[in-house]
Design a protein. Structure first.
Length: 373
């Protein structure tokens, strides 16, 4: 099957770039003396996870229990569920833990350790539980100087059916760093804050088995990871227009694109409309702080060369592209095809059921995406 006959919109995955990205991150984490526990939410695909974990311990990070179930069924037995667990998910998590060597959960709430301990006791299990730390994103997590930052680990350590797994954070605010210097500062702050907090816990008599950090922008920019045991980047395996604009990668490192067809051409308004809209690309605007014209994706030709225009607006199934170049507008007739490099590969991938795997410019395989909650 080739790109002229594939149904649109469809995901295209450049396997050579995937392997190159995996190898580069693998070597980087090893050079830091840390453990790589890749976040599989970017791709939700067993085949990609196997590429990421080759040569490592095999542990992964997930963002949904559906991901955890799917990956556990395919032999991944060391899983961290990196969303704070709430009581409605206790039963499902406990059942999943029975099929894993290790399922680690996270919390930032004082009510969870005693409640989870009781649920685990009734099930006859011992569960690993991390403290989620807020290092600046202010989405979830406990700031280290708050009373709960000591109280929660103490509660976990006193719970007979829980093990304190350590401390875990995510510097998601790095995605909006307005400069390389600020991004490097966020990466260093993430590392240093966690190292210092771990030292405080240990001084309080609390053993901290794992100090875990992770975001693709910070891991690609940080100068060392002294004091950190584990890194959990995810987006690096595909990268995207957002990461390339931030400087985490080059545009030719980006492995995921969306194949789309031109369904309408308006010469008077100098625009074309693609059959890839918000559902196919997502509505993430990208690194607007650095690129105000980021739109919803870069328009490429079928060989992956940037044609210049961006997807400027999206509705559910339509992506509108302004085309100032007359010769390009001539080329983009109804039925012609382009590839779109989306701003956020994680969200774009989650809109689709499978990847069309490209090697040498041709589709050579189909890999399923494990969606749902």
């Amino acid at each position: 099957m080739d790109l002229q006959t594939l149904k649109t919109p469809s995901l295209l995955l450049d396997i050579e770039r995937v392997k190159r990205n995996a190898a580069r991150m693998s070597e980087r984490i090893k050079s830091f003396g840390a453990i790589l526990r890749p976040h599989v939410k970017t791709h939700k695909c067993v085949e990609v996870a196997r590429i990421q974990t080759e040569g490592h311990a095999g542990g992964i990070t997930v963002s949904t229990l559906a991901e955890a179930r799917a990956f556990a069924a395919q032999g991944f037995r060391d899983i961290t569920y990196a969303v704070p667990v709430e009581p409605g998910k206790f039963s499902e998590a406990i059942e999943l833990a029975r099929s894993c060597q290790r399922l680690a959960l996270i919390t930032d709430d004082v009510s969870i350790p005693p409640a989870l301990d009781e649920a685990a006791r009734r099930a006859g299990l011992t569960l690993d539980l991390f403290l989620k730390v807020d290092c600046g994103l202010h989405r979830c997590g406990v700031e280290p100087d708050r009373p709960e930052a000591l109280e929660i680990p103490r509660l976990i350590c006193r719970a007979p059916s829980l093990r304190f797994a350590g401390i875990l954070t995510h510097a998601g605010h790095s995605y909006h760093a307005p400069s390389h210097d600020e991004l490097l500062g966020i990466a260093r702050h993430e590392r240093d804050l966690m190292k210092e907090f771990a030292a405080r816990l240990r001084a309080d008599g609390i053993e901290v088995p794992i100090v875990s950090v992770g975001s693709t922008p910070t891991i690609t920019q940080v100068d060392h990871l002294d004091g950190v045991d584990e890194a959990r980047p995810g987006n690096y395996i595909f990268f995207d227009a957002f990461q390339a604009t931030l400087g985490s990668c080059r545009f030719d490192d980006c492995a995921l694109t969306v194949l789309a067809s031109v369904v309408h051409r308006d010469r008077a308004r100098r625009k074309v409309v693609l059959d890839a809209g918000a559902i196919a690309l997502s509505k993430d605007r990208g690194a607007c702080e650095l690129d105000p014209a980021c739109g919803y994706g870069h328009v490429l030709d079928l060989e992956g060369n940037d044609l210049g225009p961006r997807v400027g607006s999206v509705s559910q199934e339509h992506g509108e592209v302004l085309v100032d170049d007359e010769s390009l507008l001539d080329r983009l007739s109804v039925g012609s095809r382009v590839r779109v490099l989306a701003n956020h590969s994680c969200l774009a991938a989650a809109q689709h059921s499978h990847y069309n795997v490209l090697e040498g410019g041709r589709v050579v395989d189909r890999w399923e995406i494990q969606r749902g909650w």
